[in-house]
Every structure is written in structure tokens, then in C-alpha cells.
Design a protein around this ligand. Structure first.
Ligand code: UN1
Length: 516
């Protein structure tokens, strides 16, 4: 028999150690712990981190509350200075942190770096915001009165993040919560504690520079809790966690939301998406092809904003779909650290099983599957690379109505605009959406009250890759929360309406008389 050449497996563990050392993290912080961390690139173990107990989590909440009481007294622009320094640390260590994101999540190089860029961008935004936290002054019906609103911080902000944007989602919440005057406690995904440890180390550097400049940061202002579900539950249940921002599955949100409601805590929920695109007769098909390829295959379909459903008008179906199938068949899959790769691995074996299950269900429902098989299993027997799947579906049914965190694009044909908008909205999730058209009427109808029911609706770009300047989040089973830009900061604050009487009379509102 012929000998096959030995396959070379990259030594991710060694590079991980070098990166963590370059960020100044003591080796015993990521070795010798109880929680094993694997790189999805090879499946190899790259670290063993220490976990927090529920008791330590409770202590962190108490300390966070004390920190909040001090931090809220610091003027907001001064709080912004700490976030400005965090942005500087992120700029200085962008390459190392971006690489670590690629190693821990399996993102391609430009997406790992892009994630850190998103963190830098939100820091810039939050620094500006620190001088623009304002309320309205409102006309009053009474003479010699003034009515206005004041925004105050809320308290401890719990931040639960998912594996797929392991550090950017923390930064959307933390940068804004900090300038608003809150303290933060972060529980990262169990799959991605290393990037959280690295990010926390960069935050600590910013704190050191801030204090060297003569400022004070209260202990416990930002705590990292690496741990399992029990730790997350402390953040959900503790009465001193005033706001909880949780990113993850709709199932997680369904477990968390009623508990937060029961204690009247603020909830910012970023849950499942099932994002669609509509390709109209007038669409620029070259542009559409590129947009669909990035949105559906990029990040191996593991963004909450990934494109999962595509409705193509019957008049352009045969022009677009064969080209898409070709692009699906020729895209570079493999080691995301290698230049030229566009699709890295799925996060783990569970994700692969979920993809297989969805494809089998699609076939059973009459779908024609292109691609979808496992790739590179000889080179990487413990990692889960897949060929992205394009599935032609006779109708929107079964797995098409669910979010599967994998590169599966369900493609359906449509004839009538109103029907396709109804189908577009006919799923439980409501995160992001897009339309491809050069017809102004169609574009505007899609954005109108009768159009997309999602939190994000785009024209001639895909549903993923949002900028931080806008509010990010969605409706229905996506949870209704908004993060990042626009006025999302209000979710981290409480509003007080103030009425001031600077006269000598006491006129009552609504003409009420009460003379004693
Ligand atoms: C997520 O997948 O949880 O819009 C967030 C995007 C990114 C963020 C995705 N800026 O795709």
C-alpha cells in the first residue's frame, strides 16, 4: 500500500502561550485550572483556566455594587477617559488580541482583527458619549416652573456573552455602561474564556494608566467571572445586578427573561436571528452574489446576523442561484490562520451535529442540498470544518424556521412582493434583514411600517456586519434589546423627571385646587 505523507497540524497551543505572555498574563492564570479550552482550528487543548464559584460570583456582585456607588460620583467625561485609555490599549494590542480571537473562535484573520476594530470603535463612540449624556427640557403648563429630565446610572451591569463575538459584545456593553456610571461583571462563554482573560488584562492596563494620572478606580469596577451556568445564574438572580445584558440562544433568553422580570431588573436580550434577504427582479446580481456570499458563508455562518434564508424572484432565480452554487463549491475552506482562507471551522462537534440534523430535516422536507459535507477531517480529525450548504427549498418549513448556527443558506423562489414580505416576517425571530433591488418603491416598502419586522433592515447590503454607530438588536424571539450606538445608552441608565418651581405660588397641574 502507498504511504500517505504525514499531515502537519499547526501547534496552536504554543502560539497561544506566546500571545498570552505578550499580553503580560501570568501563566498560572491559564494553566492548571479546571476548565479546558480548545481551539476549533485543530481541536487541541490550548489552556486550562480557573473558574469562579457561585460564592465568588456573589462577592463580585457585592463589590461591584460598592464600586458603582463610588464610580457614579465621577464626572462622566472623566469616566470616558478610562474608556479612551482602553481604546488605546486595544489599538496597541490589536494584532495579538485579534489573533487570539482567531485561535479561540476559528475566525479568519481579517475577522479576528475586525472584531478588535469593533471594540476600538465602540470605545471611541463611548468617549464622545461621555460628554453627550443628556435629557430634555420640556415645556411646562405652570408659570415659573421648569421641567427637565436627568439620567442617572443604574448599578451593576451583568454581561453574558456568546462564543461567536467573544470580546466585541462585551465592549458594546462595557464601554457604554462604564461611561454611564455603572460597574460591570462579565461572564464570557465557556468556549472562549481566553480572549476574555486577555481583554480584562488590557482593561487593567487602562486602569493602571488612569490611576497613574492621579485618578481613582474603585475596586470591583470590572469583574471577570469565568464559569459555568451557576455563575450566570447569580447574575440573573442577584438583586444587586440592576441590568443584565445577555447574548445567546432564544432558549437561554426564555430561561433568563422571566427571572429578570420577576425581580423587575432591566434586561437587554440579544437572542436568536433567522435573517433573510430578498432578491428582486431589478437587483444588481454581481453585488448580490458578493453580499450573499459574505453574509451566509462568512464566519462559517456563526453570526447572529448571518444570512440564513434567501428569497429569489422567479425571473432572476436561474441567473443567480447557479452562480451561488458555484461560489459555494469553490470557496476556500480550512485553517483560518492561513492567508486566503474564507471559511474556518465550526466551533465544536455539537455545532457540526446541529448542521447535520438541519440538513437531514431539510432533505426530508423536500430540499435539494448542495454542499454541506465535512471537510479536512484527515488533516484535522478533532476539528469540524464543513463545506457551506446551499439548500433549495420548495417552501419555508421545518429547519428553515429555526436558527442553526452553521453555514446553511435556504433558498426559495417567489413571485409576488407582498407574499414574500409576509414570508420574510413569518418566522419567530426578528434580528436582521435585507433587500436587493434597484426599485425605489420596493426598497422603501421593505423599510416601511408594512415591510421588514426586524431590528435591522438593509438595502443592497447583507444582514450582517453592522457598524457600532447604530443600535444593534432585534424583535420577537430576538429579545428586543438594543446595544451599541444611537440611544442604546439609555438602557443602562434610569431617567428622573424633575419639576422645579422657582416662583412664590404653588399652581397645581391640571387646574386642581387644594387651598388649605
Ligand atoms: C453577533 O453575531 O452576536 O453585525 C454580533 C454583525 C457584527 C456583530 C454580530 N457587527 O454581524
Amino acid at each position: 500500500t502507498q504511504m500517505t505523507a504525514p499531515k502537519i497540524v499547526p501547534m496552536i497551543q504554543g502560539e497561544t502561550d506566546t500571545l498570552l505572555q505578550s499580553l503580560g498574563i501570568p501563566r498560572d492564570h491559564y494553566t492548571g485550572g479546571a476548565m479546558a479550552v480548545h481551539s476549533p482550528i485543530t481541536g487541541e487543548e490550548i489552556a486550562k483556566v480557573h473558574t469562579a464559584t457561585p460564592m465568588e460570583a456573589k462577592k463580585a456582585v457585592e463589590a461591584g455594587h460598592q464600586a458603582f456607588l463610588a464610580w457614579r460620583e465621577v464626572p462622566a467625561p472623566k469616566r470616558g477617559e478610562l474608556v479612551r485609555l482602553l481604546g488605546e490599549e486595544l489599538r496597541a494590542h490589536k494584532a495579538a488580541l485579534g489573533r487570539l480571537v482567531s485561535i479561540e473562535v476559528g475566525k479568519i484573520e481579517s475577522e479576528g482583527l475586525g472584531e478588535v476594530q469593533e471594540m476600538i470603535d465602540i470605545c471611541d463612540y463611548a468617549v464622545g458619549l461621555s460628554r453627550q449624556i443628556f435629557g430634555l427640557t420640556i415645556a411646562t403648563e405652570r408659570p415659573n416652573h421648569r421641567m427637565m429630565e436627568t439620567w442617572h446610572p443604574l448599578g451593576v451591569t451583568g454581561i453574558i456573552t456568546a462564543f461567536n463575538f467573544p470580546v466585541a459584545v462585551w465592549s458594546w456593553n462595557a464601554a457604554v455602561a462604564l461611561v454611564c456610571g455603572n460597574s460591570c461583571i462579565w461572564k464570557p462563554s465557556e468556549k472562549t474564556p481566553l480572549t476574555a482573560i486577555a481583554t480584562t488584562a488590557l482593561f487593567e492596563r487602562a486602569v493602571a494608566r488612569f490611576t497613574e494620572a492621579g485618578n481613582t478606580v474603585p475596586d470591583g469596577l470590572m469583574a471577570l467571572l469565568v464559569g459555568d451556568r451557576a455563575v450566570g445564574e447569580i447574575l440573573v438572580d442577584h438583586p444587586k445586578v440592576a441590568v443584565l445584558s445577555a447574548t445567546g440562544s432564544t432558549a437561554m433568553g426564555k430561561a433568563v427573561a422571566p427571572k429578570l422580570a420577576a425581580r423587575f431588573a432591566r434586561a437587554i436580550l440579544e437572542l436568536g436571528g433567522n435573517n433573510a434577504g430578498i432578491v428582486c427582479p431589478s437587483a444588481d446580481l454581481d453585488l448580490t452574489l458578493r453580499a450573499v456570499a459574505f453574509a451566509a458563508m462568512g464566519t462559517a455562518g456563526q453570526r447572529c446576523t448571518s444570512l440564513r434564508r434567501l428569497f429569489v424572484h422567479a425571473s432572476v432565480y436561474d441567473k443567480l442561484v447557479p452562480r451561488l452554487i458555484k461560489a459555494y463549491g469553490s470557496v476556500n475552506i480550512g485553517n483560518p490562520l492561513q492567508a486566503g482562507t474564507l471559511i474556518g471551522p465550526l466551533i465544536d462537534h455539537h455545532a457540526y451535529q446541529g448542521m447535520e440534523r438541519a440538513l437531514n430535516a431539510a432533505k426530508a422536507a423536500g430540499g435539494t442540498v448542495h454542499g454541506g459535507a465535512r471537510a479536512d477531517s484527515d488533516t484535522f480529525p478533532n476539528a469540524y470544518y464543513v463545506h457551506p450548504a446551499l439548500v433549495e427549498m420548495p417552501k419555508q418549513t421545518g429547519p428553515v424556521e429555526q436558527e442553526t448556527f452553521a453555514p446553511i443558506l435556504y433558498v426559495m423562489k417567489y413571485e409576488n412582493f407582498d407574499d414574500v414580505v409576509a414570508l420574510h416576517n413569518g418566522v419567530p425571530q426578528g434580528l436582521s434583514s435585507s433587500i436587493f433591488t434597484r426599485d425605489l418603491g420596493e426598497a422603501e416598502r421593505f423599510l416601511s411600517v408594512a415591510g421588514s419586522d426586524c431590528g435591522i433592515a438593509n438595502v443592497n447590503i447583507g444582514p450582517s456586519g453592522a457598524e457600532i454607530g447604530g443600535a444593534f438588536g432585534g424583535e420577537k424571539e430576538t429579545g428586543g434589546g438594543r446595544e451599541a450606538g444611537s440611544d442604546s445608552w439609555k438602557a443602562y441608565m434610569r431617567r428622573a423627571t424633575n419639576t422645579i418651581n422657582y416662583g412664590k405660588q404653588l399652581p397645581l397641574a391640571q387646574g386642581v385646587k387644594f387651598d388649605v
